[in-house]
Design a protein. Structure first.
Length: 449
């Protein structure tokens, strides 16, 4: 087991490098570089993104190599990216950086759209069809076959396989257990066992069963949360213009102390807003491209637009709704933080239902993350050791869910957080070094159109 000194060292490294300004700057600058290289793709092709994603569902779907539809790939990726950070994380960003943090969250989300696009394009282009007909892809494949770096590919896969147990399993299981215990007085152990059973039934069936599950679950959970937020905003509709004014003005001036809010500078708004925008949609991490690589599509850039849309939904829709609920209700000046702040905001509009809305949303968001990350971790593990011992990884994954629900192995959570951040390093290297292929495929797609 890790010693206390080792955990402290890892935490310091994680704070200063992996989750600190160095990594944030690396992700941000990569997004800016790719934005310039693709000639501002996320703005130039914004309406085309909608045509190729949402509106394409009304038409005959594109044929191509793959195991799941483009929409299923999107919902699988969204299941992993939409999580407790969309509620608790946004609340923390506002508490530490003030309303202006949301402006910088939007800014980093815009850069994240092209970063996610690039990840997906490379994942689809360098994906591999196995002898049994299944399709696999992700950063480990474009690093190995595109960049010709087996070392970086192994590093990403190792970080991903291990980090998945933290960000995708133990932490999420604990979030679900805490939510149902507080809202419904449900036993954490019982919640953990129930999650383990459902996860086993879904994940053992592979990407097709996972995709079929998320295809139904993600629209339901998104609709539930979005409608709850819109109802709240309708009740406080007169405060919406003020909320937007606070976001824009405080982004460049900071915010003085008011109520239970301790005040924030422009630097704090920038720092926490950028961090929330980066970490909520996982752009730069490379994980979501593993799901997108399994999509049936006729061109990597077409699926890349689905990846771009994924970031838009996560950051510019879900996170923005959370922020507006917190700001319009005035809850951000109460001194509360995290999920407690989000709960207080919904409760001001819906006194009898606010706590249940947040609890149910956490259950949806966190459990869907468990399902999708089981696939991410499994594919990373498979890249390292082959498909034969996959059942060992699956059994371990399922067995650790009740452990996480009970709050066990907390020291492992901290190590996993660091490993999760380290995944970005080989992925970002790949994006920067293979940017020429990204540009070429983007131009080819536009000519083809």
């Amino acid at each position: 087991m890790p010693t206390a000194a080792m955990i402290e060292t890892v935490n310091a490294f994680s704070t200063e490098f992996v989750g600190g300004p160095v990594m944030i700057a690396a992700v941000l600058l990569t997004g800016l570089f790719l934005t310039l290289r693709t000639n501002w793709l996320q703005f130039r092709c914004f309406f085309q993104m909608w045509r190729e994603t949402v509106f394409s569902l009304l038409q005959k779907q594109q044929d191509g190599i793959g195991e799941i539809s483009s929409f299923q790939a999107l919902t699988t990726a969204l299941a992993a990216t939409i999580g407790t950070g969309n509620m608790a994380g946004v609340a923390t960003a506002i508490m530490l950086g003030g309303p202006g943090a949301i402006f910088w969250m939007w800014f980093s989300g815009c850069l994240g759209m092209v970063t996610k696009y690039a990840e997906v394009v490379l994942a689809v282009y360098f994906r591999y069809t196995k002898p049994d007909g299944t399709v696999v892809g992700g950063p480990m494949y474009f690093l190995a076959h595109g960049l010709q770096s087996r070392l970086l590919a192994i590093a990403f896969a190792a970080f991903g396989a291990l980090a998945a147990f933290g960000i995708g399993n133990l932490v999420q299981a604990n979030s679900v257990a805490n939510a149902v215990e507080e809202a419904f007085n449900f036993s954490p152990l019982a919640a953990g066992l129930l999650m383990a059973i459902i996860t086993a039934l879904v994940s053992i069936g592979g990407i097709r069963r996972i995709a079929a599950f998320t295809e139904k679950m993600v629209p339901i959970m998104a609709f539930f949360y979005i409608m709850s937020a819109l109802i709240t905003l309708f009740i406080f509709r007169e405060q919406i213009p003020t909320a937007f004014s606070q976001i824009i003005q405080n982004a460049f001036t900071g915010r003085a102390a008011v109520g239970g809010f301790t005040g924030a500078t422009m630097q704090q708004a920038f720092r926490y807003g950028i961090a929330r925008g980066i970490f909520t949609n996982e752009a730069g991490l490379g994980s979501a491209s593993i799901a997108h690589a399994a999509a049936r599509t006729d061109h990597p850039a077409r699926q890349g637009l689905w990846g771009m849309f994924e970031v838009f939904v996560d950051t510019h829709l879900i996170c923005t709704l959370t922020a507006l609920v917190i700001l319009t209700t005035g809850s951000w000046t109460t001194g509360l933080d995290g999920a407690a702040l989000t709960t207080a905001a919904f409760s001001r509009a819906l006194p009898q239902l606010g706590g249940y809305i947040v609890a149910i949303s956490i259950v949806f968001f966190a459990f869907s993350t468990i399902i999708s990350w089981s696939y991410y971790g499994e594919k990373c593990f498979e890249y390292l050791l082959g498909s034969r011992p996959i059942f060992i990884y699956r059994l371990l994954w399922i067995a650790l869910i009740p452990v996480g629900a009970m709050g066990g192995l907390r020291t492992i959570w901290q190590l996993a957080d660091t490993l999760n951040g380290l995944m970005a390093i080989p992925n970002l290297i790949g994006l920067l070094c293979l940017n020429g292929i990204i540009v070429q495929l983007t131009r080819n797609f536009r000519v083809k159109k």
